[in-house]
Design a protein around this ligand. Structure first.
Ligand code: IFM
Length: 447
């Protein structure tokens, strides 16, 4: 197995190292202790929605195995654990009465992390909107923003004194575009106009939630997590260069200009025309409420091609099992781009990792490809930091194999292997490699 060599020397004392998961992808216990239905429960049971016909009813059974899972996280030696609260578990119909059993689960989880010396990093919305709210218009309805703010305030009041960070939304682009324009994710709507209204409501609700939690005296740093790619042109043509500008405006700057400059890119508004969202007075100022940190999820680059002819399979770059190009330099690229364009708060890489076709071999998974992926990307983070980007932490996606949304259980992102028949967990070589890297960094910090 490769050793972490000197990678650890490139990170300062106090740098945070974590692993990440989300509620729907690991918890299971879909019908227990009063949990309500989420849009992903409904979506999974639509024929053809999930590649392997699976669902999240049991997932990794983390709801029952949380204690041994926390021991597992502790065994990796990380400083931080990023997880999400299932909105329908704590508020079964999205608003109204809290479900005490649901909230008690997260109380146990947070206390269990603290008892093991691990910082809890909580996300409020990792996609599992209560189905009851979808029936009232979902994220396309302005009222959902206010239900989200109530939910955020309640979670903050219960757990805010013990968590290390609170993220409003995970990857609003995915919710808006995959969920409402392409319809490949829940709730499966196919309308560009709806998608951009949803994107707008997600961003406004983020700002409103930050303001409300702060007014309630929140101590934990508050922020949002964006999925960002590094965009490059397919060719040196002027048409592809123009396409880079357009894709950046629609996919990245829609979020980052709104959050850091309080406006949507004109190029994106022009492209959307009648599909542009309805923006009410004061909305943009709420969106631009200052954040305590920005979370970035990075997996690959995006290649912009005016005639949509780019084919990752022919690019010559290695691909993950998702068919995504492995391109660590893009992580440095996107970080330095953001650093030049905006006054950034501390940045966390809140997700980075890869699915590969792992094989269990005598209880072990020799995933050298994942180790290479992680080493390359962690090095790319160090490159960005050496260029002045204020990165404060890095979290691997994912702690363990889990429900990979429309791909079901076939795609494995974990640094810990899960045998879904027995629910046995086994650290892969990448998990052990990451443990050694984190240990080396932390030992250096404590000397
Ligand atoms: O599994 C997802 C996660 O829920 C959000 N970010 C991307 C991951 C891999 O697709």
């Amino acid at each position: 197995m490769p050793s972490p060599n000197d990678l650890h020397l490139r990170f300062p004392p106090g740098f945070r190292w974590g692993v990440a998961t989300s509620a729907f992808q690991i918890e299971g216990a879909a019908f227990e202790d009063g949990r309500g239905e989420s849009i992903w429960d409904r979506f999974c049971h639509q024929p053809g929605a999930i590649a392997d016909g699976s669902h999240g009813d049991v997932a990794c059974d983390h709801y029952h195995r949380w204690e041994s899972d926390l021991d597992l996280i502790a065994s990796l030696g990380v400083t931080s654990y990023r997880f999400s609260v299932s909105w329908p578990r704590v508020l079964p119909t999205g608003s109204g009465a809290w479900n005490p059993k649901g909230m008690a689960f997260y109380e146990r989880l947070v206390d269990g992390l603290l008892a093991r010396g691990i910082e809890p990093c909580l996300t409020l919305n990792h996609w599992d909107l209560p189905q009851a709210l979808q029936e009232r218009g979902g994220w396309a309805a302005r009222d959902t923003m206010h239900r989200f703010v109530d939910y955020a305030r309640g979670v903050q009041r219960h757990l805010g004194d013990r968590v290390r960070m609170i993220t409003t939304h995970n990857e609003p682009w995915v919710i808006a575009i995959l969920g409402h324009e392409f319809g490949t994710f829940a709730p499966g709507i196919k309308s560009r106009k709806t998608a951009y209204q949803v994107a707008h409501h997600l961003l406004v609700s983020h700002g409103l939630a930050l303001e409300a939690m702060r007014a309630d005296g929140a101590k934990a740093p508050l922020g949002i997590v964006l999925n960002l790619a590094h965009t490059e042109p397919a060719t040196s043509s002027a048409a592809d260069a123009a396409r880079v500008e357009l894709d950046e405006a629609m996919g990245r700057r829609w979020y980052t200009d709104a959050l850091f400059k309080g406006r949507y890119p004109q190029l994106a508004l022009d492209e959307l025309g009648a599909d542009a969202p309805r923006v009410e007075a004061g909305d943009m100022a709420h969106i631009a409420t200052p954040m305590d940190y920005l979370g970035i999820n990075y997996y690959s680059r995006h290649v912009a091609s005016a005639d949509n002819s780019f084919d990752a399979k022919k690019s010559g770059l290695p691909l993950t099992a998702m068919g995504w190009e492995i391109y660590p330099r893009g992580l440095t690229g996107v970080l330095t781009t953001l650093h030049h364009e905006y006054e950034l708060p501390p940045v966390y890489i809140t997700e980075n990792g890869a699915a590969f076709d792992d094989h269990m071999d005598g209880g072990k998974v020799h995933d050298a490809d994942r180790i290479d992926y992680l080493r390359g990307h962690i090095g790319a983070v160090a490159d960005a930091m050496e260029r002045g980007v204020p990165v404060a932490g890095y979290m691997v996606w994912s702690l363990m194999d889990n429900f990979e949304w429309a791909s079901g259980y076939a795609k494995r992102f974990g640094i810990v292997h899960v045998d879904y028949a027995t629910q046995q967990r086994a650290p892969k070589d990448s998990g052990l490699w990451y443990r050694d890297l984190v240990r080396a960094c932390r030992e250096r910090s404590s000397t």
